[in-house]
Each structure stands twice: as structure tokens, then as C-alpha cells.
Design a protein around this ligand. Structure first.
Ligand SMILES: *Cc1c(COP(=O)(O)O)cnc(C)c1O
Length: 223
């Protein structure tokens, strides 16, 4: 087992100071590792693959809050709909509509974050600022009863250039503030800014993140 409990304790403590939620990213890691972190007190876990998440959910304690942080295909929403706590990577109206429909079918409200493209790299998923605005202006989106938009998520460039990473996080934070003022001023549930991973979470916190997604720092490197 490669899980580092002392790293977890130190990380939890430093996150408490900034009142940020830790999502422990357990993709590719065995249920024993997740259970060990659970026993140390962790409750929020993130996964990238639907089948893997569903399998682990069935084998682990019921009070785990499961976050889906990968790229979600519409035809797989139904597998997550019964229990998922938060879907981070929503980047289209079509996916949002499917989530709303599946939420209605399961008689629950599914919480989501809209993913914004902030990195220079072309490969990362997400909406740009104009697409985000267009989506939020869509009356069909405003009328959804079973998909609730709770904030934004983004990934910075994978880079050693700290000023670049910081600028990207700052841009996302500013977009969050703008969108909140314009579309969610009366909605206290729009409150989550998910940014920061093992390599850049300190910068993300300094730039206003209140949810970090951390894998390798806790579970060791993925093969
Ligand atoms: C894998 C992953 C993480 C965690 O990455 P680490 O560098 O291991 O902390 C965070 N967010 C997303 C979207 C991921 O896919």
C-alpha cells in the first residue's frame, strides 16, 4: 500500500486554514487504499472513469461523497445518477440536459460544476468564457430542476512556469466572480471553485480555490 497518512494529515490541516474541500483523487488505486484514507477521516473521493467509480462505490462505505472529475459521456450519466455527489467536468448543454433528465428519473438533484478551459494546451476539455455565458443564458438551462450548477472547475497548464499557472487560476477566479454576480447573485449554492491538483494546489488556493483535487500526493504516483 502506497498511501501516505502523514501527507494526508499535513494536507488536511493546511486546507482547513483556507477552508477548502479536499477531493482525494483515487483513480486507478485499489479500494484498500481508499478505505485506509477513509479510516483516517477522508470522505470526498474523486474518480475519472464511470465503471471504476461504480465498482468502487459498491464496495466502499455508503457515506463517501463521490466526485466524478473525468470527461463524462452522456450515455453514462445514468450509472452515476443514483448516488454521485458532484460532477465536476460538465462542458456542454447537451450533457447538462442529460444530467437533468437522469436526476428527474432518480428523483434527485444532481450537483454539477461547469468546466472552463483555462490552460494554453489545446487538449484539455472545457468551455471558454463566451460559451459559458451562452450556456448560462439558455432558458432551458435556467429552468432545470434536477441539475444544479454549483460552481466552476478548471485545470491549469501542466507547466513549471508558476506565473503562467497563477495567471490561469486568476482568470478562472475572476470568471467565477463575474458569473456569480451576473447569474447566481441570489443563489448561495453557487459557491464552489474547483481548481488545483498535486502539483499546483498551493497556487490555486492563493488564487481563491475552495476545492482541490489531489491524487498522487496522497496515493503515490499512478503507473
Ligand atoms: C487525475 C486528476 C487529478 C489529480 O491529479 P494529481 O496530479 O495526481 O493530484 C485532478 N483533477 C483531474 C481532473 C484529474 O484527472
Amino acid at each position: 500500500m502506497s498511501i501516505d497518512i502523514s501527507a494526508y494529515a499535513a494536507l488536511s490541516q493546511s486546507l482547513q486554514a483556507s477552508q477548502a474541500t479536499l477531493v482525494a483523487v483515487s483513480k486507478t488505486k485499489p479500494v484498500e487504499d481508499i478505505q485506509a484514507l477513509y479510516d483516517a477521516g477522508q470522505r470526498d473521493f474523486g474518480e475519472n472513469y464511470v465503471q471504476e467509480l461504480v465498482d468502487k462505490q459498491a464496495r466502499l462505505p455508503e457515506d463517501i461523497r463521490w466526485h466524478f472529475i473525468g470527461h463524462l459521456q452522456s450515455n453514462k450519466v445514468k450509472y452515476l445518477a443514483p448516488f454521485v455527489h458532484l460532477i465536476h467536468g460538465v462542458d456542454s448543454g447537451k450533457l447538462l440536459q442529460t444530467i437533468d433528465k437522469q436526476g428527474a428519473a432518480k428523483n434527485r438533484v444532481i450537483r454539477v460544476l461547469l468546466q472552463v478551459h483555462i490552460a494554453r494546451e489545446e487538449t484539455k476539455f472545457g468551455l471558454d468564457a463566451d460559451e459559458l455565458t451562452a450556456l448560462l443564458q439558455d432558458p432551458a438551462v435556467a429552468g432545470m430542476q434536477h441539475a444544479r450548477i454549483c460552481g466552476l472547475m478548471g485545470m491549469a497548464s501542466f507547466s513549471d512556469d508558476e506565473s503562467l499557472v497563477r495567471a490561469e487560476f486568476r482568470q478562472l477566479r475572476q470568471l467565477f466572480d463575474t458569473v456569480k454576480a451576473r447569474f447566481f447573485a441570489q443563489d448561495p449554492q453557487f459557491d464552489t471553485l474547483s481548481m488545483g491538483m498535486s502539483g499546483d494546489y498551493r497556487i490555486a488556493l492563493e488564487e481563491g480555490s475552495n476545492m482541490v483535487r489531489i491524487g498522487s500526493l496522497l496515493f503515490g504516483a499512478r503507473s
